[in-house]
Design a protein around this ligand. Structure first.
Ligand code: EPU
Length: 342
C-alpha cells in the first residue's frame, strides 16, 4: 500500500469540488485493508473508502484522515442451477463493465442498471436503481471489512437494511464497513416485462420485439445518453435529490392546486413524487445560476451540474435554492441523494 499525503479531493469526486485528504491510498485487495487500518491507527486518523467518486461530495474542509480508493478486482460466474448463476464481483470493478459482462454471458437482472457511473462495491451503499431494477433485488451476499471488529464479514441482503436509495452503509453504520466484494444471483432467462414506460416506448419506436438482456441494455444506454450528462465530461453526481415520498392525503391536497403533478404509487399509504417535475415547476428548468456557477441539466433537472463552481459551499448553496423553492411552493422536502463526505 502506497500512501499519498495532502491530496486534492476534487479529482476524487465527479462534482469536482472539495478540500484535501490528509492521506490517500489505493487498495488492490482485501488484505491491504489490514495494513491501512494499522496505518490509520498509528496516525490516529479515521478511514473512509470510496469507489470512483461519482456519488460523493467532499466538504471544503477536506478530510483529516485516510481515504482508501477501492481498486479490488474480480469477476467470477458460477452456475447455480438451470435457471440462475451466481456472479461474484470485486468491489473496485467498474459497474457498467460488470453489467456488460453479465449481459454478454446471457444473464439478466441488472441490464437496466446499464451506464450507471461508479464501482460495483458502491452499488449497495445507495441501493442503486433505475427503470424499476434495484441492486437489492439481485444481491445475495456481500463481503466487507468491519472496522469495529477488525475482520472481514459476510452479509446477506436482508442484513443490509435496503430502502429506496439507502442502506445501513449510508445510515446507522455509515463509517463501519468497507465493502470488498458483492455476489449477485442473476437469471439465465430473458428479462420479463412490464418495463418502465421510457423503456417500453423505446422498444416500440425501434420495433424491438425480442426482450433479450442485450436489447434492454442497449435501450437503457440510448435513453440515458439522451437524458443524462456523461460524468467524464460534465461535472455532476447523477440525481442530486431523491424522489420524495408523501402520504396520500398530502397528494390529495397538492392535486387540488396542481392537477398534473407527477407521481407514482408506492403502497396503500404512500406515493412517490417526481422530484424532476417539482424542480421544474419551482422555476429551475434549464437554470443557470451565475452566483454559484451551478446549473440544472436541460433534459433532467434532477441532475445538478457544476459549470464553474469552485467550492462545495457553492454547490450546496445552489442545492438550497432549489430545495427552498420546492419547499416554499409545495411544502415538500427534497432530500439530497449523493453523500456529503465525511
Ligand atoms: N418512473 C416510474 N416510477 C418511478 C420513477 C420513475 O415509473 O418511481 C418512470 C417515469 O415515468 C419515466 C422513467 O421512469 O418513464 C424514468 O424517469 P426519469 O428519467 O424521469 O427519472 P427520475 O425518476 O427523475 C430516477 C432515478 C435515476 C434513474 C431514473 C431512471 C432517483 C433519485 N433517480 O430518476 O437515477 O436513472 O429514475 O429509472 O431515483 C441517480 O440516482 O443518480 C439516477 C440518475
Amino acid at each position: 500500500m502506497y500512501v499519498l499525503e495532502n491530496v486534492p479531493l476534487p479529482a476524487y469526486s465527479t462534482m469536482r469540488v472539495g478540500g484535501n485528504a490528509r492521506y490517500l491510498a489505493d487498495i488492490a485487495n482485501a488484505h491491504e485493508i489490514s495494513d491501512a487500518v494499522a496505518f490509520a491507527e498509528e496516525k490516529q486518523v479515521p478511514i473512509l473508502m470510496i469507489g470512483s467518486g461519482s456519488n460523493v461530495i467532499w466538504r471544503d474542509e477536506g478530510f483529516e484522515g485516510l481515504v482508501l480508493v477501492n481498486k479490488i478486482p474480480g469477476f467470477d460466474i458460477s452456475s447455480f442451477d438451470d435457471s440462475a448463476s451466481y456472479v461474484t464481483i470485486g468491489a473496485g470493478e467498474d459497474w457498467d463493465s460488470v453489467v456488460e459482462r453479465t449481459v454478454s454471458a446471457g444473464l439478466s437482472g441488472i441490464e437496466q442498471l446499464s451506464l450507471i457511473p461508479g464501482t460495483a462495491g458502491a452499488t449497495p451503499v445507495q441501493n442503486v436503481g433505475a427503470y424499476g431494477q434495484e441492486i437489492s433485488n439481485v444481491l445475495m451476499t456481500l463481503q466487507a471489512y468491519d472496522l469495529h471488529e477488525k475482520t472481514l464479514v459476510t452479509m446477506t441482503a436482508s442484513d443490509c437494511e435496503f430502502g429506496y436509495r439507502t442502506s445501513r452503509f449510508k445510515t446507522s453504520d455509515r463509517d463501519r464497513f468497507l465493502i470488498t466484494s458483492i455476489s449477485l444471483i442473476l437469471s439465465k432467462r430473458p428479462p420479463i416485462p412490464p418495463f418502465y414506460h421510457a423503456v417500453d416506448q423505446y422498444l416500440k419506436k425501434n420495433d424491438i420485439s425480442e426482450h433479450s438482456a442485450t436489447n434492454i441494455r442497449k435501450a437503457v444506454i440510448d435513453i440515458r445518453k439522451s437524458k443524462l450528462p456523461d460524468p467524464a465530461s460534465v461535472n455532476n453526481a447523477g440525481s442530486f435529490f431523491k424522489n420524495p415520498y408523501i402520504v396520500r392525503s398530502k397528494l390529495t391536497q397538492l392535486r387540488a392546486d396542481y392537477p398534473d403533478i407527477a407521481y407514482w404509487d408506492v403502497d396503500e399509504y404512500n406515493v412517490k413524487l417526481s422530484a424532476a417535475w417539482l424542480i421544474e415547476q419551482a422555476g429551475f428548468k434549464s437554470a443557470q445560476d451565475d452566483e454559484t456557477g451551478m446549473a440544472t441539466w436541460p433534459t433532467q433537472p434532477l441532475v445538478l451540474v457544476n459549470q464553474h463552481a469552485k467550492t462545495t459551499a457553492q454547490v450546496l448553496a445552489f442545492r438550497d435554492k432549489i430545495a427552498g423553492a420546492v419547499q416554499e411552493k409545495f411544502s415538500v422536502e427534497l432530500e439530497q441523494e449523493p453523500e456529503l463526505l465525511p
